[in-house]
Design a protein around this ligand. Sequence first.
Ligand code: SF4
Length: 241
Amino acid sequence: MLEQIIEEFSALPWQDRVKALEKYADQSIAFSTSLSYEDQVITHLIADQDTPVKVFTLDTGRLFEETHKVAQATREKYKNIALETYYPDAQKTQELVANQGINGFFDSIENRKNCCGVRKVEPLNRALDGVNIWISGLRRAHSENREELPIAELDAGRNIIKFYPLIDVEEDTLKDYIHQHDIPYNELHDKGFPSIGCAPCTRAISAGEPMRAGRWWWEQDDAQECGLHMVDGKLVRVKKG
Ligand code: SF4
């Protein structure tokens, strides 16, 4: 199925790729949205077609208020989509904070990975349980180590096909599409935040900086990874660019 998806979907215009998933409607399809402008475009495309897709987001408990606002605006605009929210396990979160403090992720890479593990990876794994095709808004332009990404690949660790319908789409194209279709988007994107994660771990960037430079900015480049994207059972590193 993976080779078939790569061949079929690469040939399609990007606006038609989500709709073309109807051919795979017998599969369990899910879309994880961080409510970024890429993901808002995908949500819009999902709302405009009939194939059942589970749409979910992760609320780590440390998100920006602006992110919650766009989540609510998305619920109100796309009433035919049930945006599910997955939260960290309460007991594990309590233990995490007891062990390393509320902002312990600043102290070491290990602490940061622990925090991402509890607040992101475990809820993500719960959300993806039983899923066969996982739609994600990754684009090649996000960073150097994404330049070779195919339009779909196997997440061997989870045994799920990851599908990137916007893999080859430019930022300006997506922003034009958002304005043309009046799609809700995170106002932080207009304030120097091209990539938005948890509030304490994301800063605005300056002109000329790589787009992910504002994520985990206090760490060395080669230590940065969000823990969410795996290839061949290994974490795909997300460098500053
Ligand atoms: Fe914790 Fe920061 Fe990871 Fe969010 S991005 S889960 S606050 S370490």
